[in-house]
Design a protein around this ligand. Structure first.
Ligand code: ADP
Length: 431
């Protein structure tokens, strides 16, 4: 089609030249005839080009000028392209309208943020939850969620977990915000109202804390009476065994209640531990003394302090972490075994580890160790006075210090529990 148009164009040009040559030969003045015909052709092309240019610059929907020859071919090509473009635009409008409608039907707030965390768009739910209006587009999200933990969450840039925060306009409303990176440094922010779940969680926590508190006083009374009975020479011999068993059980219950209270306290705290200077060497020397004084302890207990650096955090919680891990190693290692405790510092942070040559743990069980009341061997844990809550406390306390727990173990050979603290939690000695 295009080729035939170009053929006709060249054919017409040659015909015109032939006619001009013929006229020149018949009437004389051949160069003038040739010049006149070339100018006429040029004029027609210029006029066609002018009409095409006006049409292209005009409205997309203005009628085509109806050009002829090769210009007609270009005109129909442009018409075709414009039609396809209109079709694509309509399709795109349709898709974006559908997306807008489905986003506004979502029960969660959805926002699009750019690399600077400025709002590019949001759905209706997000505008209700965060009190946003149209002109807020382009403003940074931390103008609307001012919670320092959220601001820090944006600064740190670790978006693997959602963050809990509160609505700026209604502080009683609890929100969970998840940032999903996509495209080139853009983020989809999903905001969910978790007020009901947070309230239920608080009720559960308060219930456990209150029940534990209430149980503590009667247990203290029972313990007191049992101690007296154990020391009372008037109580017949046959009662010594049952009294001992009752004392063991009340001691266990007291330990469980004290661990439950510790867990409730940790859960009630904000997600970040404070920044008090804690002398790791001092903490470990107290734990070491207690370990060496234990009955039926493993034969070798070694403490290696390879750094004098301390940690920034809560002393009570750090003591609880170190003590629980050392206590477990002592409990689950025989008297002929070895327990090695180490504190080291490198460019990745501070590392506290407890290695033992005890019973070890099946690798399948390792992911569940930090669940509340989870014990690999219930009987053994009970026999050793375990509560099943020690490692849950360790997990919570470590989380509050942005630290990670790593467990490696092989059954029958022993285990290693390591805590990795980030460099930002380290501090120089000099207390
Ligand atoms: P418990 O009070 O029962 O020791 P923890 O939460 O401290 O509870 O530990 C959970 C379980 O993990 C324990 O019951 C035990 O089976 C296992 N465990 C913990 N530390 C060790 C260890 N060093 N060696 C072998 N098993 C361990």
């Amino acid at each position: 089609m295009t080729q035939s148009r170009w053929g006709r164009l060249i054919g017409g040009f040659l015909l015109m030249l032939a006619l001009a040559t013929f006229a020149g030969l018949v009437f004389g003045g051949l160069p003038w005839w040739l010049l006149a015909s070339a100018l006429a052709l040029l004029g027609w092309h210029l006029f066609s080009l002018y009409r095409l240019d006006r049409w292209l610059r005009g409205n997309m929907r203005s009628p085509a000028p109806g050009l002829r020859g090769v210009w007609g071919s270009i005109e129909s090509l442009v018409r075709d392209l414009r039609r396809r473009l209109r079709h694509r635009k309509a399709q795109f409008r349709n898709v974006s309208e559908q997306f807008r409608r489905s986003a506004s039907a979502l029960p969660d707030g959805v926002l699009i943020l750019d690399s600077e965390h400025a709002i590019q768009g949001f759905n209706e739910r997000a505008s209700q939850m965060l009190d946003l209006v149209r002109r807020d587009r382009g403003r940074r999200i931390d103008n609307f969620i001012r919670d320092p933990e959220f601001v820090n969450f944006l600064k740190v840039g670790d978006f693997s977990q959602p963050i809990l925060t509160r609505s700026r306009s209604e502080p009683d409303i609890h929100l969970s915000c998840l940032l999903v990176p996509y495209g080139e440094q853009q983020y989809l922010m999903l905001v969910r109202d978790v007020t009901v779940q947070t309230r239920m969680e608080r009720v559960r926590r308060d219930f456990v804390a209150n029940a534990s508190h209430e149980l503590r006083s009667p247990l203290t009374v029972l313990n007191g009476y049992l101690d007296n009975m154990a020391d009372d020479p008037e109580i017949q011999d046959g009662w010594a065994g049952p009294i001992d068993e009752m004392r063991r059980q009340t001691t266990r219950m007291t330990a469980i209640i004290s661990d439950l209270l510790e867990l409730s306290r940790l859960e009630a705290e904000s997600s970040r531990a404070g920044q008090n200077k804690v002398d790791v060497a001092g903490l470990l020397s107290v734990i070491r003394k207690d370990a060496l004084a234990r009955e039926n302890r493993p034969e070798v207990i070694e403490f290696f302090l390879e750094s004098s650096q301390g940690l920034l955090g809560e002393e009570r919680e750090l003591h609880s972490i170190f003590n629980n891990l050392v206590d477990n190693a002592l409990k689950y290692t025989g008297t002929s075994g070895r327990v090695t405790v180490r504190w080291t510092v490198d460019e990745e942070g501070g590392h506290f580890s407890v290695a033992d040559t005890g019973v070890g743990i099946d690798p399948d069980e390792i992911p569940r160790l930090t669940e509340r009341f989870y014990r690999v061997d219930r009987g053994r844990s009970r026999l050793k006075g375990g509560t099943g809550l020690g490692l849950s406390i360790v997990k919570y306390a470590l989380q509050r210090h942005q630290a990670q727990l790593e467990v490696t173990s092989s059954p029958g050979e022993g285990s290693r529990f390591s805590c990795h603290f980030p460099p930002g939690r380290l501090c120089n000695p000099g207390f």
